[in-house]
Design a protein around this ligand. Structure first.
Ligand SMILES: O=P(O)(O)O[C@@H]1C[C@H](O)[C@@H](CO)O1
Ligand SMILES: Nc1nc2[nH]cnc2c(=O)[nH]1
Length: 305
């Protein structure tokens, strides 16, 4: 259970105020770069960059491929803030801390969260290098009682019982598919279900089979917790996984995935993912995305009693 004082609105406010005192940029889009996918952050124009270690209350990146900078800048003429490096529970952070930047984003005025990750394929139809637009997720940790929203609810962020039936924005997913068509990417852009596990070990064969049976198309160690917190505070979410490896489901194999292989594939395919997201950001028009008003999003939630 998180210490309540560290989870407070004021704690997030302090970090947001610190950032707003140091940049005049007021982005409405936030992007989280997954393992080895920091290239997107590098392409922002008029960058203002802050080291995580300098930002009050921010966790620090400890994983190779997660650089540790928060970068403000312009992508396709739109102001964005980019996390070049994210946090994972396996680094020893409680989930409220893993997801802390999301609430800071909310206080910065962010309305749309674009989240990326590196993931292993469970679906046979997925290949290394594919991009999977996340249709839905299985938050295995959440189902087992490890949820970033555990503890007293902070009503200023969202309701006690948020609904997640529409977690990944349908309109933005449709737009991304349109972008994929226009870029000639349809052969390797798929849609699917992402499953978040705790890590840091990769899956045993029996676990891989179980996750596939449960309906997961890809598995990774991030994202779902961030999305839970983002939806709780009314952000619209778009997610994409870069498929870096096949998850072995057969015993008679010599294949052993490791993090270097994940990084090698993600770095090799980072420019393709960057292209898709850059074009998507360019086409995000608030007027054509109905219920873009955070107030409207909130009404989609069902409050418990
Ligand atoms: O931050 P993401 O989800 O992209 O990182 C994935 C999951 C593990 O952190 C790592 C395993 O190689 O890549
Ligand atoms: N859990 C998990 N995370 C990953 N991240 C990248 N590949 C994988 C994988 O195969 N399993």
């Amino acid at each position: 259970m998180q210490a309540k004082e560290n989870f407070s609105f004021e704690y997030c406010r302090e970090t947001a105020d610190w950032l707003q005192a140091r940049t005049k940029q007021r982005p409405r889009i936030a992007i989280i770069c997954g393992s080895g996918l920091g290239l997107l952050a590098d392409s922002l124009k008029n960058q203002e960059s802050f080291r995580y270690t300098d930002i009050p209350n921010f966790p620090h990146s400890t994983v190779t491929g997660h650089d540790g900078h928060l970068i403000f800048g312009e992508l396709q003429g739109k102001l964005c803030v980019c996390m070049k490096g994210r946090f994972h529970m396996y680094e020893g952070y409680p989930l409220w801390k893993v997801t802390f930047p999301i609430r800071v984003f909310k206080l910065l005025g962010i309305e749309i969260l674009l989240v990326t990750n590196a993931a292993g394929a469970l679906a046979e139809s997925f290949h290394i290098g594919d991009l999977m637009i996340i249709r839905d997720h299985i938050n295995l940790l959440g189902l087992a009682g490890q949820n970033p929203l555990l503890g007293p609810n902070e009503e200023r962020f969202g309701p006690r019982f948020p609904a997640l039936s529409d977690a990944y924005d349908g309109k933005i997913r449709a737009l991304a598919m349109e972008v994929a068509r226009d870029l000639g990417y349809t052969s390797f852009v798929k849609e699917g279900v992402y499953c978040m596990v705790g890590g840091p070990n990769f899956e045993s064969i029996a676990e891989a089979r179980l996750l596939h049976l449960l309906g997961a198309d890809a598995v990774g160690m991030s994202t779902a917790a961030e999305v839970v917190v983002a939806r709780h505070c009314g952000l619209r979410v778009f997610g994409v996984s870069l498929i870096t490896n096949q998850v072995t489901k057969e015993y008679d194999t010599q294949e052993h995935i490791d993090h270097h292989e994940v990084l090698e594939v993600s770095q090799r395919r980072a420019s393709t993912l960057r292209m898709l997201l850059t074009e998507l950001v360019g086409r995000l028009e608030w007027n054509s995305l109905s219920n873009s008003d955070p107030e409207d999003n909130q009404t989609a939630y069902q409050n418990g009693t």
